[in-house]
Ligand binder design. Structure first.
Ligand code: PA5
Length: 412
């Protein structure tokens, strides 16, 4: 992974990044000490017990033998990592169950559609909720269980459920212990949006045949790469913070492949929930290009300068097409991926002229290892920028208010 701060109008000197360099470095050091609440994720890629990995792989094998659809129930940090990695890698591996997501919304229309899946396929369920009490996942779990009881009966349904939750507390933990579901833990010291390398995200990926060992290896290498953090990685956090102080309120994550859309959603949750508090924070947005150039391109070029861009650029992809003759002499015979790469360069050049600050993150290839690196990189960046802003990046006090309003309306 390589980072380019590609806008010469926003040089390190101009933003005075080095004045906060020492502070950012000490923040990384303190995070690694693991003394603060909810920082269990910082060294987790190196600490993840091998027997957890083995046990997830064994259970995944067992689940693969029982179903062709795995219904993955969860929301927020208990959903986005799985869906983002799966989508970026092109879905389940051949011969492995397809992942179907539930509980990430409360649409009756959406969840009614699950009945066809349960009736027409062999299904298993993986329910993920750290607290065990989240309304969306609780509702979806009870709806899906009910559909499965009709088909399999209660005992067989229980044998098709894997529950991933807190090791000790919550109603999902109680139910899992009572009903004898297979369970995995989300460590108490790791919060939802920092849980990418816990079973909550990795177990469903393992069922889909995705190589979770490589995913963790990427995260571990990123977490231990001191040279990268000191010389390069840290400047992304410093740049974000400095741009924010200079009045940029929005960070737009951009990628040139629709398979990265959910990576954008994952980034939005990570940064939005980590930083958006006490009247502070950078509002995270995401765009799929070149698609959204045809809706937002005008704004990016000439609109109010309240934003900066972070381009997630995949340097090489394992699939491509060659443009046929009928496309005309300038384009015929060229690789579509090469044309897309020209679009990345051209758009950055145009936005540079408009004085838009752009950071380009080059991801060599799209695979489990590079995704592990990328997700860990963003997690540490969110924590460092949050601390530079002076907020606690690991809590989310503001989400309780809307939940209480909904509970009031439902008479709970
Ligand atoms: O990051 C977070 O803490 C949240 O987005 C949670 O992941 C989300 O609310 C789901 O919570 P739970 O896993 O407890 O169901």
């Amino acid at each position: 992974m390589k980072i380019h701060f590609s806008n010469e109008n926003v040089t390190k000197d101009k933003l005075d990044l080095n004045s906060e360099y020492g502070r950012a470095l000490s923040i990384i050091g303190e995070l690694r000490q693991n003394t603060e609440d909810y920082t269990g994720w910082v060294n987790w890629p190196s600490e993840l017990p091998q027997d957890w990995m083995d046990s997830m792989q064994r259970t995944a094998e067992d689940i693969r033998g029982k179903c062709d659809r795995l219904i993955v129930i969860g929301i927020g940090g208990s959903y986005l990592g799985t869906a983002a990695v799966e989508e970026a890698l092109g879905g389940s591996r051949p011969g492995c169950p397809e992942l179907v997501y539930a509980g990430n919304n409360m649409s009756g229309y959406y969840h009614a559609g699950l009945r066809d899946i349960v009736e027409q396929h062999d299904v298993c369920v993986c329910v993920v909720s750290k607290s065990g009490g989240t309304m969306e996942s609780r509702l979806a779990f009870s709806i899906v269980k009910d559909m499965m009881y009709e088909k399999y009966g209660k005992e067989e349904t229980a044998a098709r459920i894997v529950a991933i939750t807190d090791p000790h507390k919550g109603i999902l933990r109680e139910e899992a212990d009572r009903e004898g579901y297979v369970t995995f833990e989300i460590p108490s010291t790791i919060g939802g949006r920092y849980s990418a390398f816990t079973p909550g995200i990795m177990f469903p990926l393992a069922v889909a045949g995705i190589d979770i060992c490589e995913f963790v290896r990427g995260a571990k290498d990123m977490s231990l790469n001191n040279g990268f953090w000191k010389d390069e990685g840290i400047y992304y956090a410093l740049t974000r913070h400095a741009l924010n102080k200079a009045g940029k309120a929005i960070e737009v994550f951009e990628y040139y492949d629709p398979s990265m859309r959910l990576i954008g959603e994952w980034c939005k949750q990570l940064f939005g929930e980590s930083e958006g508090k006490e009247g502070k924070g950078i509002f995270p947005a995401s765009l799929t290009l070149s698609t959204d150039l045809h809706s937002m391109g005008q704004f990016l070029q000439e609109g109010s300068q309240i934003f900066f861009e972070t381009v997630l650029n995949v340097v090489s992809r394992d699939k491509d097409v060659i443009v046929p003759e009928s496309a005309g002499p300038e384009l015929a015979g060229r690789s579509l991926n090469d044309i897309n790469a020209m679009a990345v360069k051209g758009v950055i050049a145009a936005h540079r002229k408009a004085d838009v600050p752009v950071t380009q993150i080059d991801i060599d290839e799209m695979n489990e290892y590079s995704l592990g690196q990328l997700l860990y990189f963003f997690m540490l960046t969110a924590a460092v920028t949050g601390k530079l802003m002076g907020i606690d990046p690991f809590n989310q006090p503001g989400v309780e208010d809307y939940k209480q309003e909904i509970r009031n309306l439902l008479g709970q």
